[in-house]
Design a protein around this ligand. Structure first.
Ligand SMILES: Nc1ncnc2c1ncn2[C@@H]1O[C@H](COP(=O)(O)OP(=O)(O)O)[C@@H](O)[C@H]1O
Ligand SMILES: [Mg+2]
Length: 333
């Protein structure tokens, strides 16, 4: 029969062995070391190779169904209307076996790159030899270390591996697919970069109600109070302050530009058309490009369910949406 201690540990459903040992130690002060180690052995014996494989399949299926994965939202956009969108060169969905190959080792120097390149062949075939592309996994780009977001045909495997490694550390999901997009260029004499090479441009996060086909509210993607404390590099901090006009010399007034862009988005959002499959409130990120003439405009970059997105704030939703939410909660939906 399962001891009370074992049951208590199981009920807590802690993720890591370390967590379990720590909790077991706390709960277990009354047990002898022998009893404790027997309890731990019994628990650890569950983790057979078969159990781990089943778990891995389950994680794979969960990831495939994750709405934030690129392939789960991008193809529901039927018309970009006024807005621009980088060409999708490839959006490879990996099989479970392929994801296992990616995760074979967590030591970069021990990865069998030939094997990974073989898996990536369908994508590599679509890439030009000397071009630079923008890449991410299904839902994570590792933009805070932007040099991993750019890839060529030669280093795609290594760049993706690095993105997935960081993505696993942060538990973002997205490891079951790869997105290779046309790179939107920037002019270094006009646009400064932060995060190891990310051009810092005005971006807006639009909280859009799919059901009503209306904007709920719009936020500055690079909101000063939210982002500034987390910028660790002094160089990046200086650029970020310049971007927000806290330092002189930036000709563009960030707030005024945001307001102009918000007006443009409100005026044109009806030209962005979905197929009706996405429900509820989603965040839609638009990046404004004004440094490279043929690329000028508002680019649709990313989407996620509203409540999964930074700046989600129920208080900012329209009155009628909040009222509807309360009614749904009352009806248990
Ligand atoms: N096609 C592209 N070309 C150049 N830069 C891009 C492109 N797509 C995205 N970016 C930049 O990369 C950042 C992160 O992209 P995004 O797809 O939103 O990844 P994440 O989900 O990790 O935030 C964007 O904020 C933008 O600055
Ligand atoms: Mg994003």
């Amino acid at each position: 029969m399962e001891s009370n201690i074992e049951k208590a540990i199981d009920d807590i459903k802690l993720d890591t062995v370390e967590d379990r040992i720590e909790t077991a130690q706390k709960l277990n002060s009354a047990l002898s070391m022998e009893q404790f180690s027997a309890t731990l052995d019994a628990w650890a014996s569950k983790f057979t190779p078969e159990y781990m494989e089943e778990l891995s399949h389950k994680c794979y299926d969960d990831d495939r169904n994750y709405p934030e994965n690129f392939s789960n939202w991008f193809y529901h956009i039927k018309d970009f209307g006024y807005f621009k969108c980088a060409n999708v060169i490839a959006n490879q969905i990996f099989t479970w076996e392929e994801t296992e190959a990616f995760r074979h080792t967590d030591m970069f120097d021990e990865v069998d790159w030939n094997k990974i390149n073989k898996i990536l062949e369908p994508t590599l075939d679509k890439m030009d030899k000397y071009r630079i592309y923008n890449i991410k996994n299904g839902c994570f780009s590792n933009k805070f270390d932007f040099k991993t977001c750019n890839a060529t045909k030669d280093n795609l495997a290594k760049q993706l591996w690095k993105i997935n490694y960081r993505s696993a550390e942060l538990e973002t999901g997205g490891y079951t697919e790869l997105v290779v997009r046309e790179n939107i260029p920037y002019i270094a004499s006009v646009t400064p970069t932060i995060y190891n090479g990310m051009p810092l441009r005005e971006e807006l996060r639009v909280f859009y109600n799919m059901d009503k086909q209306e904007i709920e509210y719009i936020e500055d993607y690079w909101k000063y109070k939210y982002c500034e404390p987390y910028i660790s590099s002094m160089t990046d901090k200086i650029i970020f302050n310049w971007f927000h006009n806290k330092l002189e010399t930036r000709k563009v007034q960030h707030r005024e530009r945001l307001q102009e862009l918000k007006d443009i988005i409100y005026d044109n959002i009806h030209t962005l058309k979905f197929d009706g499959e996405l429900k509820g409130i989603w965040s839609i990120d638009f990046m404004y490009v004004d440094d490279a003439t043929s690329y000028s405009g508002l680019w649709l970059i990313d989407m996620a369910r509203g409540f999964r997105s930074a700046y989600w704030n129920v208080d900012k939703l329209t009155y009628s949406t909040r009222k509807k939410m309360i009614e749904e909660m009352k009806n248990g939906r």
